[in-house]
Design a protein around this ligand. Sequence first.
Ligand code: TYM
Length: 339
Amino acid sequence: MSDQPKQKPRILSGMQPTGGLHIGNYLGALKNWVNLVNAGEHEALFCIVDAHAITIDYDPQQLKQRILDAAVSYIAAGLDPEKCTIFVQSDVPQHTELAWYLSAVTPMGDLNRMTQFKEKSDEHKENVNAGLFTYPILMAADILVYRATVVPVGDDQVQHLELTREIARRFNHRFKALFPEPKPLLSAAPRIMGVDGKTKMSKSRGNSIDLLDTPKAVEKKIKSAFTDPNKLRQGDAGNPDICNIFTIHKSVSSPAEVEQIDRDCRSGALGCGTCKALLCTNLNRELDPIRERAAALGADRKRVLEILDNGREQATRLAERTMRDVRKTMGLGTGHYKK
Ligand code: TYM
């Protein structure tokens, strides 16, 4: 038997720096990342996917700041840079290099089926660029360049993960089995709806509660949030299964509270006003320390850049190892020849 320590499974995930993160990003993914890192059973890398963010109209000056803001949010939410690697996607050009190579084994038909492309091209009709279409190939490269097997995400990314597995299979079949097939790992809240109750929470739809919103702003948004439309008056029975307020409760309230809310909402004993007030208290209790850490870290730009620089070094080392195998296997370049 080998006495080598067993290699831990590798996690890779990321978020776009398109404005501040919202509680959908936090409860749907980031909180899960923090728990996974603290459990210590994986080797974990988290990137800020800035190269994905340029597929919609953007301001370069603003993007610079948003990258740093995203890093601050990652760390303030509890990601410990001593226990995982935090870096910026475009600081590791091996991602975009691999994306180009993978595009040669990705059928157009597969990209055509991506619902996020359809949604985004409807939302940004004036700028439907090729990058928006090939975006899932870059996402596949983000994961495969580290040969990661576990990808903690919300449920809107599951289709992209299916495509990533398909791309890995096609590459392995055409060339050599270099890539494992990564699987999504969903959190307990894989889809948080917006406060309008109509669509998924998303910054661009203006229906979000933001991770760094003030307690007052959180309260105001929750007060006006959509609930079960059949529960009109105090005393009416409601259905927590279709209420977004209940979904958020499940992520931030105690199991005993959740059980009581479920029971009392169904019986009509609990009104929406009281239920929302409890959610405000519990959500703000969870967000308070994140806001505090973000304020302190946001003022320490040097520390943030230092963390990202260490992350870049570590990620580049791992990514380049894969790329040497990829170039050699595909017959590209001369850098791998023995001198
Ligand atoms: P992005 O930036 O849209 O979202 C980041 C993460 O947050 C989750 N999420 C949500 N979860 C629950 N409810 C919501 N309302 C909600 N909104 C967002 C997303 O599922 C995601 O996990 N393509 C990706 C970024 C990406 C990536 C990757 C992810 C690029 N490369 C490699 C994993 C691995 C995206 O646009 O996520």
